[in-house]
Write a protein that binds this ligand. Structure first.
Ligand SMILES: Cc1cc2nc3c(=O)[nH]c(=O)nc-3n(C[C@H](O)[C@H](O)[C@H](O)COP(=O)(O)OP(=O)(O)OC[C@H]3O[C@@H](n4cnc5c(N)ncnc54)[C@H](O)[C@@H]3O)c2cc1C
Length: 440
């Protein structure tokens, strides 16, 4: 193929598909390349897609049965010791309204569906015959000339373009190859995510998790769930399955010589979790590296002449304890990257100064504002006081507070004082409390 594209996008994950949708709608000629058999075939996610950007790409997507599984109207944060679970629980019909503030997606289904929507946009564009979604192709090299990206190489084949968007995800080999990411990223800032999909009869799932129609719940876990390793657990309800999994610090796993699968098995045997998954059948198991949300691993520059990096390839992710936000960051950054390319096309200027508009738009977006504002929360999540001592003392307090014995009842503050002394101290908690108040 001799023709030159306006843009080549590497990776048909959330970021690449979002970028492609904007390019198609703006009548640009592009090639979206994916190494998997189909978009989504290589992707793993817990996964709640937070926020309402999806409605910008596919208006009224909620009218369709396909693509997404459930909207979230029930959130729970659970602190665990080895026997108990102490939860903060919030459910509201306020979240039943569209546009939803979070939808659960299974990536192999979701990415494939979104790719179908991108194809529809291509078909409706001026380049219906010249823009392509090309699966089963591994991009091995970004072609650079005089510091500007001019195309890509796959095997012996070269494809040329005015611009390249790298949306390759967290294992960002091409981003490193073009010199935008340090070649060595310390394991301290990387986690591994593992997940099982457990299938239930749909009625059993709805009754067990109090679901109604397409409503769903998300549950994050802190404490025993990770068996002393830094990280946390999650449970999300899909249509007739649940996603149950963990994200675990790679460095801590190595130092404590623990295996992710053993930790997941221990988590599943916890009395609260085993009650939730009783009768379910594990139908899928997957693992994937995930960024920590530490901004030290976000490349300082996310562009060069004709080149932009978006999504988790740029390590754009937030895990502040409230939720993992990776897909919504990928979607928004993909949109912003494509908008920069659309503007560059208008002036035929794909030079570095023009590409920097993307970086400026990203800085101005909620993504970088949140990443900058919530760094303390990201670090707090890795503090053993928060991940071990607080869950233990809360569960100890809960056990005493909720026990009704035929004897005089102590005041709650007395019980709390005992639990604090047993697992920590007021001084230590005060320090974490001040950090937490500042962080959130
Ligand atoms: C266990 C787990 C749970 C998570 N839970 C959540 C959650 O609940 N909510 C949330 O928002 N986020 C969650 N995340 C994070 C989220 O999945 C990622 O942040 C998000 O998928 C990033 O999107 P992306 O498009 O940047 O990259 P990806 O989704 O990784 O897509 C990159 C694509 O590029 C392709 N590719 C890579 N290299 C090449 C190449 N050289 N040539 C061609 N194609 C290539 C890959 O095959 C892939 O399809 C979770 C992650 C994990 C691991």
């Amino acid at each position: 193929m001799d023709e030159k594209f306006d843009c080549i996008i590497v990776g048909a994950g959330v970021a690449g598909l979002a970028a492609a949708m904007i390019l198609a709608r703006n009548n640009l000629k592009f090639l979206l390349i994916e190494k998997g058999d189909f978009p989504g075939s290589k992707n793993v996610s817990g996964g709640v897609l937070w926020g309402s950007d999806l409605a910008k790409l596919v208006p009224n997507y909620w009218d369709e049965d396909a693509g997404w599984d459930r909207f979230i109207n029930h959130r729970r944060l659970t602190f665990m010791d080895n026997q108990s679970a102490f939860s903060v629980d919030f459910k509201s019909s306020h979240f039943n309204e569209t546009p939803y503030t979070g939808v659960v997606v299974l990536r192999s289904k979701f990415d494939r569906w979104l790719a179908g929507k991108v194809q529809e946009a291509i078909d409706a564009s001026e380049y219906a015959m010249d823009s392509f979604i090309a699966p089963n192709i591994l991009v091995e090299e970004i072609l650079m000339e005089n510091g500007n990206a001019v195309g890509i190489r796959t095997g012996e084949d070269r494809f040329y373009s005015d611009s390249v968007i790298i949306a390759e995800g967290v294992n960002n080999l091409l981003t490193r190859q073009v010199g935008l990411q340090d070649t060595y990223v310390p394991a301290d800032h990387i986690l591994t995510g593992i997940k099982e999909i457990i299938r239930f009869d749909e009625r059993v799932l709805e009754d067990r998790f109090q679901l109604n129609g397409r409503s769903g719940m998300s549950n994050e876990f802190v404490g025993f769930s990770t068996d002393g390793v830094e990280g946390g657990g999650f449970l999300y309800t899909n249509k007739n399955t649940i996603s149950l999994g963990l994200v675990l610090g790679l460095k801590d796993l190595r130092e404590k010589e623990k295996a992710p699968y053993d930790i997941l098995n221990t988590f599943k045997q916890h009395p609260v979790i085993s009650d939730m998954i009783r009768g379910g059948e594990v139908v899928e198991y997957s693992a994937h590296v995930v960024s920590s949300g530490d901004k030290r691993i976000i490349p300082k520059r996310l562009c060069k002449g004709g080149l932009l990096v978006c999504g988790e390839a740029a390590n754009l992710l937030m895990n502040s304890g409230k939720a993992i936000q990776g897909m919504d960051y990928a979607m928004r950054s993909g949109i912003l990257a494509a908008e920069a390319i659309v503007n560059a096309k208008k002036t035929s200027d794909f030079g570095e100064a023009s590409m920097q508009r993307y970086q400026a738009a990203l800085e101005d977006s909620y993504i970088m504002k949140d990443i900058n504002n919530f760094q303390d929360a990201v670090h707090l999540l890795h503090d053993p006081v928060m991940t071990q001592k607080v869950p233990n003392l809360l569960c100890d307090f809960g056990r005493n507070f909720f026990s009704i014995k035929n004897e005089p009842t102590r005041k709650a503050r007395q019980m709390l004082g005992e639990s604090v002394k047993k697992y920590s101290s007021y001084w230590e908690l005060m320090k974490v409390g001040v950090k937490g108040a500042k962080a959130l």
